[in-house]
Design a protein around this ligand. Sequence first.
Ligand SMILES: [Zn+2]
Length: 430
Amino acid sequence: MDTLYLARYLVPISGVSLEGGALVVRHGQIVDLGSKKAMTAAHPRAAVVDFGDDSVLLPPLVNAHTHLELTHFPQWAAQRGEHSAPSDFIDWILRIIRVKRALAPDLFAASLRDGIRACLAAGTGAVGDILSWLPARDQYRNAPLYGRLYLETLGLDPAGNRQMLRGLGKISDECLAGRLRLGLAPHSPYNLSGEYLESLFDYARRHGLPLSTHLAESAAEVEFLLGSKGPIAERLYPLVGWRDMLPPPARRRPVPYLAERGGLVADNLLVHGVQVDADECRAIARAGASVVLCPRSNRHLGVGLAPVESYRKAGVNLALGTDSLASNDSLSVWDELAFARRAFSGRLAPRELLCMATCNGARALGLGADMGGFAPRMGAHFQVLRCAALPSLGELDEFLVSPGRTAEVRALYLAGREVHFALDPGMKVC
Ligand SMILES: [Zn+2]
């Protein structure tokens, strides 16, 4: 049985937007799309769902980098009296360590569950989620989200690292729900030994596992890799008991350092990428790796803005992520888009930003053939906005990357089924 979904505006992303558009769905897949008149004539026996004159029908958004287990972080920090904004990047890391160390581990599961709900409520259909408390992965078993769940690991002690890798290997054989693929997240070059990074990249290559790594986020990271000095060596290492494990200077910036360890590869989703130059952008493009930009998190931590012009010139696939609620005020990619529109003013057009949040993000998570656009044989994944005041078709892209869209998400369909989600009372999504 075919179903015809009608909306005032149909935004396929993969083609031109239409006023009076229709999407035709059969068995969880898109079979046709076009004008309401043409689709009604071509599919006369289809059931019809009309979302109304105030509606926009478009692909779900992709949050290519987040840590949903930290959704309750603001409450956890407040309970410890940690109210003020962090003074810098290292101050923020130290705060996360303090707050996480004081938690009962089972709190992560409820936090992750609320994070999944907040994503769905904001029209997000796929995530690149990082998980450190691995038992919480059970929360994903019945969740409808697509994407990748990257198991986080870090550390400098060789015996501990070997043990972690054995544990990760066992877990990464699991199949969670068919929609979400497991991968590995070597956290970042400054908190794993070079040897452990190499063994993780080697393991992922041999087992065909996707990877994600925080890379080139702060000036402190660059200083540490070049000279084993600066705030990471002087403040972070002593606090976590690594004072005696300080590595010799690598004398490399983050991108070449990762490349030398075997981690600059197509299936390593690089996160942040703020501290990169034009040559490094070209190296990332040659490797075929995608980069997730998290501009609100970068602003919160005062680490700067990614050089989007260099990335565009090099042809790097750019996606968008919210990072966690430890460094952001919502998990909505709509909010991230609105911020990115202002932050990258004049450097990224509204359509480019929309692509980052849909088809580019889907490609970065290995979902490009199924999600992120509307075309026959792609999955019937879409969201519906109901808007108080819609602009003309020519102004629609600018409208979509303006503030206020999160609250207008009215429905989310994944594989042709409407996703129902209930937020806990008091749960803030926008
Ligand atoms: Zn992150």
